[in-house]
Design a protein around this ligand. Structure first.
Ligand code: UDP
Length: 339
């Protein structure tokens, strides 16, 4: 079954791990990335891990002409896994147009050029942010979508709609994967999350604090209605997430989909609080983390975790790694950056 897969944003965090899994499963992988938030050296690391070198093209999806040329120069692409997008929630509120421009135009250009090239399968990288604070937990794919808290979240919601509409009017088949909180790194510690500047997300901030790059981890709020007052999320190992992309593209290529547009939650089904994360990290890695409680972060929700049963039964996918494994690999990755 394997064929040729275009991975947009393939040098980024989730993209790079997905490229590894695709190559290990005999897909030919073509990466396009504008390197706005990643490094081209990741291509070599992917090759080191897998023994196969993905084809890399530096390309911005907003540049329609280059994208059209890319599809002309690379005929026979069987499917696209679309990661390339800006993803900083806070920055998106500061510069909404930057986010709407990049994330929406990238999606539109990609779907347009795919259509021209006769490429009719897309797996889209979406987010549980589309649910906002759900009324019922765990959250299923049928939960009503809430108004997005940030322009970033809104671009995910709008891109899902664009994909669904395009599926409705062309031969395209699409799968949107709604990720919960991806953390961890490949066990080799050759690839991982590389936040530019001060990290926004909990685990990179935590590992940078543990290693001494940051003075103190700020825990945003300890007065939530949770077991210890801190916010709860469903953390998922990035390698588990990467495997789900393989399952999703396999489903499209083998025509096993039940509907031409499908949505899957990707989470473990278990929620952990910020303090659970800190204490587990300290325990499994034998290091202390300096942390302090501060006010809630504007726009944060109290708690969310997935009902992943649709992905379990339909995709035949299940998250395998536990929290300890995730936090061990995150620490190994942070330490590898010192070398
Ligand atoms: N968080 C925190 N300190 C940080 C970053 C995050 O306490 O420096 C908390 C945040 O309030 C949330 C959880 O950690 O409860 C996960 O936040 P993250 O930004 O990683 O992901 P989100 O779920 O907000 O997309």
């Amino acid at each position: 079954m394997p064929g040729k897969i275009l991975v947009t944003g393939g040098t980024g965090f989730i993209g790079s791990h997905t490229c590894v899994v695709l190559l290990e499963n005999d897909y030919d992988v073509l990466i396009v990335d504008n390197l706005s938030n990643s490094n081209v050296e990741v291509v070599d690391k992917i090759a080191q891990i897998t023994g196969k070198t993905p084809h890399f093209t530096k390309l911005d999806l907003c540049d329609e002409k280059s994208l059209t040329d890319f599809f002309t120069d690379n005929p026979g692409i069987d499917g696209v896994i679309h990661f390339a997008a800006y993803k900083a929630v806070g920055e998106s509120s500061e510069f909404p147009l930057k986010y709407y421009h990049n994330n929406l135009l990238g999606m539109i250009n990609l779907l347009k050029t795919m259509d021209q090239a006769g490429c009719d399968k897309m797996v889209f990288s979406s987010s549980c942010t589309v649910y906002g604070q759900p009324d019922v937990l765990p959250v299923t794919e049928d939960a009503p979508l809430k108004k997005a808290f940030s322009p970033y979240g809104n671009t995910k919601k709008i891109c899902e709609d664009i994909l669904q509409d395009q599926v409705g009017s062309t031969a395209l088949k699409g799968i949107a994967l709604r990720y919960f909180n991806p953390i961890g790194a490949h066990e080799s510690a050759l690839i991982g999350e590389l936040p530019l500047g001060i990290p926004n997300n909990l685990v990179p901030y935590l590992t940078q604090t543990a290693i001494g790059k940051r003075e103190s981890l700020k825990v945003f709020g300890n007065d939530y209605n949770t077991h210890d007052g801190t916010g709860i999320r469903d953390y998922i190992h990035v390698m588990d997430l990467a495997r789900a992309h393989l399952d999703a593209i396999n489903r499209l290529i083998s025509k096993k989909y039940k509907e031409e547009y499908e949505i899957f939650n990707l989470g473990t089904g278990t929620g952990y609080s910020v303090l659970d994360i800190i204490l587990t990290f300290e325990k499994v890695n034998g290091v202390k983390v300096n942390y302090e409680f501060v006010d809630r972060r504007p726009g944060d929700i109290e708690k969310v975790w997935a009902d992943p049963s649709k992905a379990n039964s339909e995709l035949g996918w299940k998250a395998e790694s536990g929290l300890e494994d995730m936090l061990r690999s995150a620490w190994k990755w942070e330490k590898s950056l010192l070398k």
